[in-house]
Design a protein. Structure first.
Length: 254
């Protein structure tokens, strides 16, 4: 498995177009931070917390980078014909996406604050303010990381199991931009028992929405705890990986 994972990571770095795209993305993160140049560390952290929503939208190109269009190029056919277990293929590419995504997350953070923080602003801030900003940043990062894991797992599942791959991309962005907002904010009225059942189901899934840490839909909505975020990430990883493996095992590879 480790050999397959290292091979997948090496292959990802050979895709020059993708690497160039991620380089441009990091430059944009740096430029976004540069607009805050001279502000206090605390203000930079608050701005970055809002910026972190973009991670849910980056999940799909990250999953595509790991997949690499192998199905269209016949790569999956070669790997299956060579005798590689399908479980190793699915989990290996998913693990490569998650490892690359973690590295990208850390690089995004570094690029943003490299642009946002000036030495003068850091030195002018008191020690207590710097410590508070640092704690808030770490908290936000540990809160978002498992949600990114869940988002990448969902994107990878859709991209890997739905043909053509473009349909999976459309479904992912529809869910992130419309589906989660609907589940979080809409309440069914005037449908009697059916409406009440739908409302109860929506209330049950709301704590585990991927975007729950970034949007506030009502005064009753409170930021999720770290425990909730890690449970959310674990649930999304489990609920997408298990059916993804089952479908891939039954899938005919041509």
């Amino acid at each position: 498995m480790l050999n397959y994972l290292s091979a997948e990571l090496w292959r990802m770095t050979r895709r020059r177009a993708a690497c160039t795209g991620w380089g441009i993305y990091l430059c944009l993160a740096f430029l976004s931070g540069l607009t805050l140049r001279g502000t206090s560390p605390w203000e930079c952290v608050l701005a970055f917390r809002n910026f972190m929503l973009i991670g849910l939208y980056v999940a799909m190109p990250l999953a595509g980078w790991a997949g690499g269009g192998l199905d269209r190029a016949g790569g999956l056919t070669n790997e299956v014909s060579f005798g590689l277990p399908r479980t190793r293929i699915y989990l290996g590419k998913l693990s490569a996406a998650l490892l690359a995504g973690t590295a990208l997350f850390l690089l995004t953070t570094a690029a943003f604050f490299l642009g946002a923080l000036s030495p003068e602003a850091v030195l002018d801030a008191g020690g207590e303010d710097r410590a508070l900003a640092g704690f808030a940043l770490l908290y936000a990062m540990f809160q978002s990381l498992p949600r990114y894991v869940g988002a990448v797992s969902l994107a990878y599942f859709l991209l890997f199991t739905i043909r053509p791959a473009g349909v999976g991309t459309v479904l992912y962005y529809l869910y992130i931009t419309v589906g989660e907002v609907t589940l979080a904010a809409v309440r069914v009225m005037g449908m009697g028992a059916v409406g009440e059942l739908l409302n109860r189901l929506a209330e049950a899934v709301r704590p585990f929405l991927l975007s729950n840490a970034y949007f506030v839909f009502s005064q009753e909505n409170t930021p999720p705890t770290l425990e909730n975020s890690w449970l959310t990430g674990a649930l999304w990883l489990l609920l997408t990986t298990v059916p993804g493996l089952l479908l891939f095992r039954r899938r005919e590879i041509r």
